[in-house]
Design a protein. Structure first.
Lengths: 109, 116
């Protein structure tokens, strides 16, 4: 089983839609969780950290379910500029980041 | 620009040649990481430094790969006797390296290597 698993997509959604991405992780000792965004041929950039209580940043909401070892990202009112690959990232605390393969999102006008 | 920088941005080489990449982290960051990313995959960890000390190496880092951070500032990643399978984007990241485990890693633009 992969350490971090994501649906690769692509998710093709119209502007204004709400879209949700899910991610599961295998290491129950994982301590911190992130969503990174990566544009085509660019470096990953931190979108948001994911906290146990869930957190929101504008149109983006992240949730963590430790019991199910599951992380989610919800994007509301999608914009064309949201088109990118979204990487689910996990850290067990003793090793560097473990990335999923990413979920590709295309927002269509 | 005070972000992470990498040089060169692109490198084309012939199989069997040696290549060296450089990474300059954000100036106050103590930790420096190297990752490799191939098409359709997320970045995969290669190695990391806390100041000048290399603390961890991935099994992906074969004996043809070597990394250094001699003064705890910039780092180099060398690949000897390159193979076509080494073609990838090599990403460098840095972080503050304090006791905060949820510290953020900031990535450089990457060096895209193509081995012919």
């Amino acid at each position: 089983r992969k350490e971090v698993e994501q649906d690769p997509g692509p998710f093709n959604v119209p502007e204004g839609a709400t879209v949700a991405f899910n991610c599961t992780y295998s290491n129950s000792a994982s301590q911190s969780f992130f969503w990174y965004r990566q544009d085509c041929r660019k470096e990953p950039k931190l979108l948001m950290s994911v906290y146990s209580s869930g957190n929101e940043d504008g149109r983006f909401t992240a949730q963590l379910n430790r019991a199910s070892q599951y992380i989610s990202l919800l994007i509301r009112d999608s914009k064309l500029s949201d088109s990118a690959t979204y990487l689910c990232v996990v850290n067990t605390g003793n090793t560097p980041l473990v990335f999923g393969k990413g979920t590709r999102l295309s927002v269509i006008a | 620009d005070t972000g992470v920088s990498q040089d060169p941005r692109h490198k084309i080489t012939k199989r069997g040649q040696n290549v060296t990449f450089r990474c300059d982290p954000i100036s106050e960051h103590n930790r420096l990481y190297w990752y490799r990313q191939t098409l359709g995959q997320g970045p995969e960890f290669l190695t990391y430094f806390q100041n000048e000390a290399q603390l961890e190496k991935s099994r992906l880092l074969s004996d043809r790969f070597s990394a250094e951070r001699p003064k705890g500032s910039f780092s180099t990643l060398e690949i000897q006797r390159t193979e076509q399978g080494d073609s990838a984007m090599y990403l460098c990241a840095s972080s503050l390296g304090g006791s905060e485990r949820q510290e953020t890693q900031y990535f450089g633009p990457g060096t895209r290597l193509l081995v012919l």
